[in-house]
Design a binder for this molecule. Structure first.
Ligand code: ADP
Length: 173
């Protein structure tokens, strides 16, 4: 029997956007098992707790997993990305790539990670045209300013974001 192909898709997912879900759907088609890994030590101060971020993405990937027929798991990890990839037996790490903005950072990351374990490939999936400009950071800013975040999120996550923005005393319209 062929070896199970396992991919890790890491990130902060604060919150998960349609861009993330598109990468998950497309990436899931390429492997047998996709692990969405939420980084615990991001250095960023998140709007949603790790538990909230995990629950939100887990809910959304359930449908995708059924549609695509690939096992999709959501876990959180602490420490080095490469160590976590080794731990779960991933052969590949997926990253999404938007226009030129992501390139610099990702290029450097790949270079460093290859030194840690050159057996694990980092594969980039280009953001779809529709999702090119979606970034969690900007979606949060729009939410806090009272803008409409529905074009960028699933209805369930948009609702959660609107609620959080109200709790944080964001502008309401
Ligand atoms: P990180 O803190 O690791 O950048 P993010 O949650 O912001 O975590 O992003 C996780 C991954 O998803 C990254 O590879 C990022 O480039 C990718 N990504 C984020 N938004 C989009 C999008 N709109 N389209 C495609 N990929 C995306």
């Amino acid at each position: 029997m062929a070896k199970e192909r396992i991919a890790l898709y890491p990130g902060s997912f604060d919150p998960t956007t349609l861009g993330h879900l598109d990468i998950i759907r497309r990436g899931a088609k390429l492997v047998d098992r996709l692990v969405v890994g939420l980084a615990m030590n991001t250095g960023k101060s998140p709007m949603f707790t790790l538990e909230e971020r995990t629950e939100m993405v887990a809910y959304e990937v359930e449908k995708i997993s059924k549609e695509v027929g690939t096992i999709i798991e959501v876990h959180s990890f602490r420490g080095l990305l490469m160590h976590y990839a080794e731990q779960i037996g991933a052969q590949v790490i997926f990253r999404g790539l938007r226009a030129v903005t992501d390139f610099d950072y990702e290029f450097q990351m790949v270079g460093m990670n290859a030194r840690l374990n050159s057996e694990i490939e980092v594969a980039f999936l280009m953001a779809s045209e529709k999702h090119q400009f979606i970034a969690s950071r900007l979606v949060k800013e729009i939410g806090l300013m009272g803008g409409n975040v529905r074009p960028f999120l699933t209805p369930r996550i948009a609702e959660r974001l609107a609620t959080r923005c109200r709790e944080k005393g964001g502008i309401q319209r």
